[in-house]
Design a protein. Sequence first.
Length: 255
Amino acid sequence: MAFKANLGAAGVGVFVFSPREYDLSTPEGWATMEAKVKENELLKSGPVIIEEYIQPDFKERAIFPSVDSLVLPDGAPEVQAVSAMGIHRSGEELEFYGSTIGHGLFTKEQQALIEKINVIVGKEHARLGYRGWYDTDFILAEDGHFYLTETNVRRTGTTYMVDLARKLFGGEWESKMAMIANDKYIRPQLEGVTYGQLKEKLTGLLYPIEGEKRGIILTQSMRSMFGRGKFGYAAIGPNQEDAEFLDAELEKRLG
């Protein structure tokens, strides 16, 4: 079971009560969960959504799909990109850090299905008077089904990736490339490193590599965040495998 506070953001205010830790078949298990909920100020101060826990299929590359679209001035939803949220997993802990776009994420049938659901959601946004960017987020579960989890009526982390892809590859970008973006690469050892020093550390990996349309593009300059070195980047390759290779090479360089 998952509790999500209406006033939460970026994962803050979400509590997941795993059946391995909370036996909800007993009064004692329910009491333990209730006590945990009451400890959290966010869960006290507004509406709370209670959802069923869905087990993601961690064998898949695109476990947490997302579809970004625009509700046009005439109210028609128009799909802009299909992506997968970048997730770091440590046991039961999941952390969002960016997105992946480009071909090779889904089968044609899978992509058609989540785009269709996204358009249905967009039509409802339009009916309520909304115009502009929105997305729909999903979970690809172990049973092979997509489960719609939420919609965000705003520009998302994928929006700038689409802008960059169109700039570099044109309107047919989705069939020509793959991009992995990480907008919060944080390492304590990078604190105090300048933008110039960062580029030097990534010599040979920066876009374009030997004139080819592949490599690392820095999307955020170095800055300190709570005493930690932080920057953003996009790894671009002709396919998902190459983008993942470049992403891993950056990790090797910077650790």
